[in-house]
Structure formats: structure tokens, C-alpha cells
Write a protein that binds this ligand. Structure first.
Ligand SMILES: C[S@@+](CC[C@H](N)C(=O)[O-])C[C@H]1O[C@@H](n2cnc3c(N)ncnc32)[C@H](O)[C@@H]1O
Length: 323
């Protein structure tokens, strides 16, 4: 597991303490002080919390690929708020790149991210990028950063997005952050095409009421269930490694004349279905709004079974169910 070595007792204590900080979901947008004081924290974070974030990236990137997202193989990728750089590692493993820049307000974080990336992808040039002013990345990655930015931080991220050709943002699936991400997405509709996850180019319907938020669950890797080190680690730090809620959006800058917004066609399953003995109730996003659809076990036995056993793998419902 975990790059060969389970976390030590001291690392587990560090992870548990960090987990408390990152769990404070309902904290409003407020800058936190730089918390990467001790390089041992970065190491401990990378072993478990970053690995968990990496699984969310894998799910988001698989959906991008299914939607035909194909960044150029010679792209320059910028990981903004890189921490230990898991986003860059997962992105380059999936799509490749010519070069990677790791940016964080924390110098030790950038140094860690560069070292970890170089070890994971020795053929790809990587460097720390303390200043992002004027940079126009082919691909901008943002991972679990939105919740830490105050208005000023968000404004500088907006500027950077304004110069990027493609943007991939993966955030925790909690209500506050997912709604923040949806609002940012809506701001960018004029200049970017939505690659994923939206089945439409309308404003985000999850923002229409206070109750909703656009989020998904990534499939946990098998080792979470089978590897004793992962099982013990999860128990020791109080993380449910089987639940991987995330929110994400992938955007591609529009070229030239803006094409008309495509008609709302598809649907995207949100959150987790509620499974009953006769039907599963599934919340979906469509252009006109969010809907709840009952999937009857008798009429859709295979789909009902998938929704019960592997709900993370069901991204869309068949159109016949929406009529
Ligand atoms: C929760 S960590 C996520 C790290 C990494 N992206 C990941 O997904 O594992 C948030 C990171 O954002 C960085 N950060 C917070 N505010 C920032 C800002 N205004 N500019 C650059 N980095 C920032 C922090 O130092 C930290 O490394």
C-alpha cells in the first residue's frame, strides 16, 4: 500500500490533525494561514489524504476522456495550490504533458510536489512556479483549493483562468465548496465550453435552490477493501475511504466565434441513489433543471442492481426513463 510503507504512528497523528482542518466544510470563504510548516506533514498528507484525492482525480479524468477531452500531448500544465502535487501526477498519468509547473503559496509544498512529480514521471520536465503572473497554461489544474481562497485569492485565480486554455477543477463534494465551484462555472460559460460533468451549457440548476449541490462519488480502489494497511489506516485516522465525494468541472476555451449553446440533451446522475426494495430514486441534472427519477427494479433489473452495488459507475440514465 501507500508506496510500500504504511504510515507510522506519528504520521497517523499528523494525518488525523490535518483531517480536522480540511473537514471544516461549512467554513466560509476565508484564507487560512499557511499550514505547511513541517515537511513531515507534507509526507504524511501525501501518503493518505492526497492518495484519496488522487482517486477522485482518476474518476474525473476518466469522465473527461469518455467525453472526448484530449489535451495536446505537449501541453504545459500548471498545478495551482499544488500541495504535494497529486493533481499534476494523476493528470499527467492520464493525458501526458511536455512540462509541469507546481505553484503554491508554500515553498516547502512546491519543493515536495516537484520532487514527487519527478519521481513519478521522470520523462516530463517539472519546476516550481512561485509567481503565476502572466502565465498562460495549456492546462490549469486546481485541486481542493477553492475552500481556502478568500475573495482576493479567488480574484487572482480568476485572472489565471482568464489566461488558461483548459481548466480542470476537482474539489471536495461538500455543499459549500461544490456550490462555490458551480458559481465559478457559471461565470465562465461565456468564454469556456463545458467538457464535463454538465450535460448542458445552461446555468447550473443546482444553484436554483439552497438545498442542492452538484457532487458525485468516485469508485474506491479495490485495495481499500482488501489491503490490511489501508483498512488499519482508515480506522486510525477516522476516514471512510469507501466514500469519495467530489465536485468537478472541466472547461475548454472557446475558439473564435462562439458556437450556439447546444440543446440540452443528456443527463448526469448526482450524488448517491436512494435504494428501495422496488425502486431506486436517482437525482439527475438536465438542462431545464434537477429531477428525481424512480428506477423500478422490475423494469430495469440490471440498472437497479448497478445502482445498488456500484452506484459510482452509473453516470447517466437511459433517456427512456426521463420521458
Ligand atoms: C487542501 S490543500 C490541497 C493540495 C493539493 N492541491 C491536493 O489536492 O492535494 C490546499 C493547498 O492550497 C494552497 N493554497 C491556499 N491558498 C493559496 C493561495 N492563495 N495561493 C496558492 N496556493 C494556496 C495551500 O498551501 C495548500 O497547499
Amino acid at each position: 500500500m501507500l508506496c510500500g510503507m504504511p504510515p507510522s504512528r506519528e504520521e497517523l497523528a499528523r494525518i488525523a490533525a490535518m483531517r480536522e482542518r480540511f473537514l471544516d466544510d461549512e467554513r466560509g470563504p476565508a484564507a487560512q494561514r499557511d499550514y505547511w510548516r513541517d515537511p513531515a506533514d507534507l509526507q504524511a498528507y501525501d501518503l493518505v489524504l492526497a492518495a484519496r484525492i488522487g482517486w477522485k482525480w482518476d474518476a474525473a479524468l476518466a469522465e473527461c476522456r469518455a467525453r472526448g477531452f484530449l489535451p495536446p500531448p505537449d501541453a504545459t500544465v500548471l498545478d495551482f495550490g499544488c500541495g504535494t502535487g497529486i493533481a499534476a501526477r494523476r493528470f499527467v498519468a492520464a493525458f501526458g504533458a511536455r512540462g509541469v509547473r507546481c505553484h503554491d503559496r508554500s515553498v516547502p509544498a512546491m519543493e515536495f510536489a516537484v520532487r514527487a512529480f519527478a519521481a513519478a514521471a521522470p520523462g516530463v520536465a517539472v519546476q516550481a512556479q512561485p509567481d503565476v503572473a502572466g502565465l498562460a497554461p495549456d492546462v490549469l489544474l486546481v485541486s481542493h483549493v477553492l475552500g481556502e481562497l478568500d475573495e482576493r485569492g479567488l480574484a487572482s485565480l480568476r485572472e489565471l483562468i482568464g489566461r488558461a486554455a483548459r481548466v480542470v477543477v476537482v474539489e471536495p463534494g461538500n455543499r459549500t465548496t461544490a456550490r462555490r465551484l458551480a458559481a465559478l462555472r457559471d461565470e465562465l460559460l461565456e468564454t469556456f465550453r463545458i467538457v464535463a460533468p454538465c450535460p448542458h451549457a445552461a446555468r447550473c440548476p443546482a444553484l436554483a435552490t439552497d438545498a442542492d449541490w452538484c457532487h458525485f462519488f468516485a469508485p474506491p480502489p479495490p485495495e481499500v477493501f482488501t489491503d490490511g494497511d489501508w483498512v488499519r489506516t482508515a480506522r486510525a485516522v477516522g476516514i471512510d475511504l469507501r466514500a469519495l465525494p467530489y465536485a468537478f468541472v472541466v472547461l475548454e476555451r472557446r475558439d473564435g466565434a462562439r458556437p450556439a449553446a447546444p440543446a440540452a440533451t443528456g443527463n448526469r446522475v448526482l450524488g448517491r441513489p436512494a435504494i428501495g426494495p422496488r425502486a431506486a430514486t436517482v437525482r439527475i441534472c438536465t438542462g431545464p433543471g434537477l429531477r428525481e427519477i424512480a428506477v423500478a427494479k422490475r423494469e430495469w433489473p440490471e440498472l437497479w442492481r448497478m445502482l445498488r452495488k456500484q452506484p459510482e459507475t452509473v453516470r447517466t440514465l437511459p433517456p427512456e426513463l426521463l420521458r
